[in-house]
Design a protein. Structure first.
Ligand SMILES: *Cc1c(COP(=O)(O)O)cnc(C)c1O
Length: 367
């Protein structure tokens, strides 16, 4: 068998290759490549899929987060609460506005621990950013109640949670803005960079639309200092194809996850826990192991690649050394960084490949 990689983007492409190729050709031949009909259609369709009133495409997920923060008037002097164990982009979306990220420990589902948010609220706290990490939602009823009680804005980083729901409600629709990435490896992936912000608030959507296009609503008239962050026509058209198959793609991930959950049986390995009422879309299948590095090495020797999401928590990265947060101050976050391991999980992973991964994991002996 060939090496089993952590991800194979060519597999989902080949499932629908004729549709993707037709969409790309349609745009190439149209003579219109930025801010046109393809984008308008995708924004409408993606908003409908999420059950949101508005959607604005952006150049990538980081910009989606930054633009949402800007549209909600988050700025220097403000604090934004975010979980400690996230991809660095969540934190950069906050700090690019000049605001200060404040970290909260995760719960046993790898999501922000709702019971530890209030202790971090100060007079400067302006918002809570929830990251639905790995494809499972956070405990949204508690978090929404906290935000309401303290008058805080709620931003959702949905870069890993396309289609994930909590008690039947889609991720991204709980607060002021839901921010998505369409980076190729995401559950709804483009063939290049892409992102979007969804919201139910007309004014928030207007500000995001303006800010993504140089702060301009009318061409060459600029009301604010914005950025250039647009989802181009080719990506919008290709995303439209993927979106039309997203339910089948998610169902396929779920059935692979169910196999892992049922068949991985090794006391050295901790499997992901499922929150009641939360619908997991398995952007990643993340296990934990005390001897994580040894397990990764063992799998590599057997021809199985794995990856760590993420080895350096943002508060310990060089980029955020200026916050002065010491090692040991977020023990749960730091323990996860030392023990998590993402195993192969993607559309088109074959049964034989999965058999092999499961067999290798079950024959791993710690010590
Ligand atoms: C991928 C990702 C982002 C950023 O998306 P880009 O499109 O790469 O900028 C933000 N947050 C999380 C949790 C992500 O996984």
């Amino acid at each position: 068998m060939d090496r089993i990689m952590t991800n194979r983007l060519d597999r989902a492409y080949s499932m629908y290759h004729a549709e993707f190729e037709n969409a790309a050709l349609r745009v190439l031949r149209s003579g219109w490549y930025i801010m046109g009909r393809e984008l308008e259609k995708f924004e409408k369709d993606f908003a409908a899929f999420c059950g949101a009133s508005y959607c604005t495409g952006t150049g990538n997920g980081l910009d989606a987060l930054y633009l949402a923060c800007r549209a909600l008037d988050i700025k220097e002097g403000d604090e934004v609460i975010v979980q400690g164990n996230t991809f660095i982009a969540s934190v950069m979306g906050i700090s690019m506005t000049g605001a200060t990220p404040v970290f909260v420990e995760p719960d046993e589902y790898y999501q922000i621990d709702a019971d530890r948010i209030e202790e971090k609220i100060t007079e400067k706290t302006k918002a809570v950013m929830v990251v639905h990490l790995y494809g499972q939602t956070a405990e949204m009823d508690k978090i929404c109640a906290i935000c309401e009680k303290h008058g805080l804005k709620l931003i959702e980083d949905c870069a890993q949670s396309h289609g994930a729901a909590y008690k039947g409600k889609m991720s991204g629709t709980f607060g002021s803005a839901g921010c998505f990435s369409f980076y190729p490896s995401k559950n709804l992936g483009a063939f290049g960079d892409g992102g979007a912000v969804i919201t139910n608030d007309k004014e928030t959507d207007r500000r995001i639309r303006m800010l993504r296009n140089y702060g301009s609503e009318k061409r060459y008239y600029n009301d604010e200092v914005g950025i250039n962050s647009r989802l181009d026509e080719i990506q919008a058209a290709l995303l439209g194809v993927r979106l039309s198959h997203i339910r089948a793609l998610t169902a396929e991930r779920k059935s692979k996850a169910e196999r892992y959950l049922k068949e991985i049986d090794n006391p050295a390995i901790i499997l992901p826990k499922l929150r009641k009422g939360s619908e997991h879309v398995y952007h990643q299948f993340v296990i934990r192991c005390k001897s994580r590095d040894k397990l990764a090495e063992y799998l590599k020797e057997k021809g199985i690649d794995t990856i760590v999401h993420y080895p350096v928590p943002p508060h310990l990265s060089k980029a955020y050394a200026y916050l002065g947060i010491k090692k040991g101050s977020l023990p749960v976050t730091e323990e996860y960084a030392d023990t998590v391991l993402s195993i192969p999980m993607y559309n088109g992973l074959t049964d034989e490949e999965q058999d092999y991964v499961i067999g290798a994991l079950n024959s791993y002996a710690e010590g």
